[in-house]
Ligand binder design. Structure first.
Ligand SMILES: Nc1ncnc2c1ncn2[C@@H]1O[C@H](COP(=O)(O)OP(=O)(O)OP(=O)(O)O)[C@@H](O)[C@H]1O
Ligand SMILES: [Mg+2]
Length: 400
């Protein structure tokens, strides 16, 4: 395997990286391209034609920049419709050394859960191994009679997967693997210490917010909310009767959830009817505050219902373009009584030459996809798409 593309198809932007998988498993980035996306709403494809066009344009632009062509595409999928179940699997080794093969077999067994026809497995994530009923961190190379593994099996809607896969194929590429947003984000944002201690990962995009709870090396729970940065813009637009474009500008430049001294300062805005009005900053804050509160309340309800104790973890990592809203971090820290770090991609191990200018919260997921290829893409089940696209692995010829 050599050249491939990773694609983050978001509600606001699409981001593509062209990279090369090297002999040692690491990936070298050749180009990154981004542009506004189309045909995607709340993280889901709502206009296949538009989304296809934007996908093709973006991969081709990235190819031109890299001066190379790719066939394999790794693309993200949102968490709406994703579910997680636990599985266990066992394989017998009868006194022999445990190799990758046994590990693979045990994981495969653990992932073989029975599913209704409208669901498919997209990830099998092992989190616990036992050799001869004793817990071990890494079974490879050990002697034993039996190997047990516990896994988190992530399933998704078969239709959503087919649509995404079909779209990639239709524009002339091979959909090598569909990666859940939460899984990709975990790769680039959660380091070893956080993985062990526990951390809540929050990716606030334009139209969705994805939450992942990671604990004891395991993706413990995933949640998806159909709310994001654009909703703050909408609130401002409606409250003051200004265009979305103007509201977006106001949000980025002036809006804040902080208690600031200059809240009585005012700015002038153009209204839709052509007139102007002055707007006091505290009014702007009041317009967006309920939205943040509503989102945090939903998250709090969900994490509480699964017994997540934030005070016993390494806190919260906040990413995605929405995380840049002034004061969001502080309000979140207050709301959840926790430490909140706003972060772009933090873990880049195994990924080389990712351009510095894209090391910002909007591109955490793209780096996560690259890390996914560097870290996991191997012969282990769940890391390879072969189970997902049985019999369809023939070489796809480029259009033109
Ligand atoms: N400085 C800023 N202040 C406030 N919001 C910002 C700022 N910069 C970007 N945003 C918001 O970030 C959002 C875009 O984030 P991102 O690029 O992560 O979205 P996306 O991945 O395309 O969407 P999604 O993940 O929901 O499908 C927009 O709503 C934008 O208004
Ligand atoms: Mg996103």
């Amino acid at each position: 395997m050599s050249l491939f593309a990773t694609v983050d198809l978001g509600s606001k932007k699409v981001a593509v990286a062209i990279a090369k998988k090297q002999k040692d498993g690491s990936v070298k980035v050749l180009s990154v391209f981004t542009q506004p996306s189309r045909g995607v709403e709340r993280g889901r494809i709502v206009n296949l034609l538009e989304a296809s066009k934007v996908l093709r344009e973006s991969i081709e632009a990235a190819e031109r920049e890299a001066d190379s062509q790719v066939n394999d595409v790794y693309i993200n999928i949102g968490g709406k419709g994703a579910e997680m179940i636990q599985g266990t699997g066992r394989t017998y080794v009868v006194g022999n050394t445990i190799t990758r093969r046994e590990k693979k077999r045990a994981i495969e067994n653990a992932g073989a859960v029975s599913l209704p026809p409208d669901r498919e497995v997209i990830h099998i994530l092992p989190f616990l191994y036992m050799v001869n009923n004793m817990k071990v961190e890494e079974p490879e190379g050990m002697l034993g009679n039996s190997l047990d593994v516990k896994v988190q099996v992530i399933t998704h809607s078969a239709i959503a997967l087919r649509n995404l896969e079909g779209m990639v194929r239709r524009v002339g590429f091979f959909p090598r693997k569909i990666v859940l947003n939460h899984v990709a984000n975990m790769e680039s944002l959660v380091n070893e210490e956080d993985r062990e201690a526990g951390v809540m990962l929050v990716d606030m995009g334009a139209e969705t917010t994805e939450v992942a709870l990671v604990h004891r090396k395991m993706l413990y729970r995933i949640f998806t909310y159909e709310m994001g940065g654009k909703d703050f813009t909408k609130d401002i637009s409606i409250e003051f009767g200004i265009t979305m474009k103007n509201a977006e500008r106001m949000k980025i430049k002036y809006a804040s959830l902080l208690d600031e001294e200059d809240e009585t300062d005012s700015v002038s805005v153009d209204l839709m009817d052509g007139t102007q009005r002055t707007l006091v900053l505290s009014e702007l804050k009041n317009a967006i505050f309920p939205r943040a509160e509503k989102l945090f309340r939903s998250i709090m309800e969900d994490i509480t219902s699964v017994g997540w104790q934030i005070n016993r973890t390494n806190g919260i990592i906040l990413t995605g373009g929405g995380s840049k809203l002034k004061g969001l971090r502080e309000y979140m820290a207050h709301y959840f009584s926790s430490v909140v770090r706003v972060s772009g991609p933090r873990v880049t191990l195994g990924v080389f030459d990712f351009p510095e200018e894209y090391m910002i919260p909007e591109f955490s997921l793209l780096v996560g996809l690259l890390r996914f290829v560097a870290e996991r893409e191997d012969s282990l089940p769940g890391g390879d798409i072969s189970s997902l696209f049985k019999g369809l692995k023939q070489k796809i010829f480029r259009r033109k």
